[in-house]
Ligand binder design. Structure first.
Ligand SMILES: Nc1nc2c(ncn2[C@@H]2O[C@H](COP(=O)(O)OP(=O)(O)OP(=O)(O)O)[C@@H](O)[C@H]2O)c(=O)[nH]1
Ligand SMILES: [Mg+2]
Length: 224
């Protein structure tokens, strides 16, 4: 395993970059500044590089609001759990270096108005990470619907579902989530993983460590 370092820096996204992209309608309205984490700070917009630089490994991180996407990304980039995060108003981008290549993780906010833009980023992604709040039973049907729509758009994209918030006493098990999210409908064409995680309780025995999630991503991406 190579160097897995990351530092963080703040950045404001130049609005004009978002409108220069050929063949694209302007993405959702950004409310900068955004926080980006990178082992090698650059002046270029992470969103622009996500769309234009196909040499990087790109991971799209989606899931309903409050599922824990930002918390997972923070953990992956800083190797430490964080107790509080603010809702993502637009997107949140994290870059990590591992085994000699750069992984860009792009979280798009999960609120209903932002979900409209999710599928626009599927075609550039090498892996889809879908984060679910395992203790939010009432919203599982919505999570299932959103996930199934994404899967229907790209039948081959490798999928990693994180059954997050396993530290909560009312969290559903992975078996229950497999059923609730209708994951039995997956065809054999895509690589698929469903992992129990906790992004805030680092040492939870029943959860897969976020470090393990990072290693899995590195493993999947190094096969490309
Ligand atoms: N108990 C518990 N709380 C968590 C866990 N992961 C995240 N949270 C909390 O859940 C809340 C929402 O987490 P976020 O990481 O902001 O969720 P998100 O998916 O990024 O949400 P949006 O950006 O609004 O789409 C925060 O208060 C987190 O601290 C977890 O594994 N266990
Ligand atoms: Mg977020």
């Amino acid at each position: 395993m190579g160097h897995h370092g990351a530092t963080s820096f703040a950045c404001a996204w130049p609005r004009q970059h978002l409108f220069e992209l050929p063949g694209r309608t302007p993405p959702f309205p950004f409310q900068g500044p955004c926080i980006s984490h990178s082992a090698a700070p650059t002046n270029s917009s992470p969103l622009l590089s996500w769309q234009l630089d196909f040499s990087m490994r790109q991971v799209l991180v989606l899931g309903l609001e409050g599922a824990g996407k930002s918390s997972v990304l923070h953990y992956i980039s800083s190797e430490a759990a964080k107790d509080r995060t603010a809702p993502t108003q637009g997107f949140n981008s994290v870059q990590v270096y591992a085994d000699g290549f750069q992984i860009d993780l792009l979280e798009l906010g999960g609120s209903q108005n932002l979900r409209f833009y999710w599928n626009q980023y599927l075609s550039q992604a090498h892996v889809l990470v879908f984060v679910v709040d395992s203790a939010d039973g009432p919203r599982l049907p919505t999570a299932r619907q959103e996930l199934q729509w994404l899967l229907a758009e790209d039948p081959r994209l490798p999928l990693v579902v994180l059954a997050n918030k396993q530290d909560k006493s009312d969290a559903l098990s992975v078996a229950e989530l497999h059923r609730e999210l209708a994951l039995h409908t997956l065809n054999g064409q895509r690589e698929f993983f469903l992992l129990p995680t906790s992004a805030t309780h680092a040492a939870l025995a029943t959860a897969t460590s976020i470090r393990r999630v990072k290693s899995l991503l590195v493993e999947l991406l190094s096969q490309l």
